[in-house]
Design a protein around this ligand. Structure first.
Ligand code: DX5
Ligand code: ZN
Length: 219
């Protein structure tokens, strides 16, 4: 089944614990946590201390998306904080292969993300080494942006690359995923959908999950 990863970027940070519990109760599969450093992306969010606090209050796997420069420097901190998935940007990791291997050696799932302007071909030499490919469908930095339609073709190309290579990486799509385009994105070959604003601004998380289930998850 396609997994849904609510992004806490759009949650009410004042009530973060309750928001996470509500997402978990609604049936979310994992929790997407956006880490931004004000350098790789023009925004700043949270660090390992908050991830560690989240780890204590939920059983959901923590899908940590590092939008930071020099990610190697902070990997140990996020592993210690309890990340289950650690995803780095191919544009930010100079020695991507080493970084991914290092994450996996620690028993954590390793992901590689590419920005909208980065071609899928960039993944070719790493595709058999990763657990996750995170395709950005908006320019990273902010929630609530519009899905970039060219991502659809990138999903199909990545799916085909995984097939040809005999790889087992999952495809996650992040940015502008809404109730009305989620099915199309899943049909293109995505395994995991990040939902920030469409989830946390929906008011009723259970209903949102039910709609996703009716739409395509229970088919
Ligand atoms: C954007 C982040 C996303 C963000 C998605 O840079 O990586 O995870 O939370 O938000 P929506 O779903 O609102 O586009
Ligand atoms: Zn993200």
């Amino acid at each position: 089944m396609i997994q849904i990863a609510p992004s806490i970027l759009s949650a009410d940070f004042m009530r973060l614990g309750q928001e996470i519990h509500a997402a978990e109760e609604a049936g979310a599969d994992l929790l997407h946590i956006d880490i931004m450093d004000g350098h790789f992306v023009p925004n700043i969010t949270i660090g390992p201390a908050v991830v560690a606090a989240i780890r204590k209050i939920t059983r959901l796997p923590l899908d940590v998306h590092l939008m930071i420069e020099d990610p190697d420097k902070f990997l140990p901190d996020f592993i210690k904080a309890g990340a289950d998935y650690l995803t780095v940007h191919s544009e930010a990791a100079v020695h991507l292969h080493r970084t991914v291997q290092w994450i996996r050696e620690k028993g954590i799932k390793a992901g590689v993300s590419i920005n909208p302007a980065t071609p899928v071909a960039q993944l070719e030499s790493i595709i058999t080494e990763v657990d996750l490919v995170l395709l950005m469908s908006v320019n990273p930095g902010f929630g609530g942006q519009k899905f970039i339609p060219a991502t659809m073709e990138k999903i199909r190309k990545t799916r085909e690359m995984i097939r040809v290579a005999g790889a087992s990486a999952a495809i996650e799509v992040d940015g502008g995923v809404k109730l009305d385009n989620a099915k199309e994105i899943a049909d293109a070959g995505a395994d995991m959908l990040v939902m920030g604003s469409a989830f946390f601004e929906s008011g009723d998380y259970k209903k949102t999950m039910e709609k996703l289930n009716d739409n395509f998850r229970n088919r």
